[in-house]
Design a protein around this ligand. Structure first.
Ligand code: FPP
Length: 252
């Protein structure tokens, strides 16, 4: 991950998204196509995570949010859930020093209290270790759901109103967003979903309001620098309008 390369991309005029969110889909199908068990697909998916983190940093992306495990994924077979949790723990133990050396700041979002104590401790330690880093912000969504996030924010606000800390009138978009899991993080400019499906699957429901959506057929373990750059090229061709007309945007 060389800073000079990200500078070169910016200098070359490439419009790099500040925040990319990714739904990493297709591990199971990747494994099935090779007559392997599903967990082998998840293991191969970790390699694609590594490559994606490297290329995102290289291209000058500031925030990368990866959907690793949804609120609904708890309903998968017990064995798959258990292996996924072990894989997260293993990947965290193996990668954290390298991420730290590369100036990556790691953060986890989701219903943490649902995670095993050992994983929770490692997550806390990794966040603590990397908290002063100023390079790529890597956000891993585990036990995360967009509806959970919004309900959670509503509960926090209701509690503050009940406690007279806030009035109902104080609640607007900006105040609401301050109670969400991604507080302080700009909304994703680009959502990438691999695996051929074209849906949001309860990912960052609030934050994706104006994101550009990129869907590709590539299965997650095959996602690589070339695929990442295809998504960046797609993004480079979009006109962000935020409800304005094209003419208004062009006039700015
Ligand atoms: C979806 O594919 C993938 C997941 C539910 C797990 C994602 C996990 C990883 C990529 C492993 C590593 C992650 C980190 C952050 C270390 P699927 O199983 O639904 O695939 P399918 O649709 O082909 O069945």
């Amino acid at each position: 991950m060389e800073d000079s390369e990200s500078v070169a991309n910016t200098a070359a005029g490439m419009d790099v998204p500040r925040h990319i969110a990714v739904i990493m889909d297709g591990n199971g199908r990747w494994a099935k196509a090779r007559s392997l068990p599903r967990h082998a697909g998840h293991r191969a998916g970790v390699k694609a995570v590594r490559e994606t983190v490297e290329v995102a940093a290289k291209r000058g992306v500031s925030f990368l949010t990866l959907f690793a495990f949804s609120s609904e994924n708890w309903q998968r077979p017990q064995d798959e859930v258990s292996r996924l949790m072990s894989l997260f723990l293993e990947a965290l133990q193996r990668e954290v020093d390298d991420l730290h050396r590369n100036n990556v700041r790691l953060r986890f979002v989701g219903a943490r209290q649902q995670l095993r104590p050992r994983l929770l401790r490692k997550i806390g330690a990794a966040e603590e270790k990397t908290k002063e880093n100023s390079g790529l912000n890597l956000i891993i969504a585990v036990a995360y759901g967009g509806r959970w996030d919004i309900v959670n924010a509503a509960r926090q606000l209701a509690g503050k109103v009940a406690g007279k800390e806030l009035t109902v009138k104080d609640i607007d978009d900006e105040r609401f967003a301050r109670e969400l899991a991604l507080v302080g993080v700009p909304d994703p400019d680009l959502l990438i979903r691999t695996g051929g499906e074209q849906r949001i699957s309860n990912f960052l429901l609030w934050n994706l309001a104006y994101s550009e959506l990129y869907f590709c057929d590539c299965l997650w373990p095959d996602f690589c620098e070339r695929e990442f750059d295809k998504a960046l090229s797609f993004y480079g061709l979009r006109q962000r309008r935020y409800g304005h007309t094209g003419e208004q945007v062009e006039a700015v």
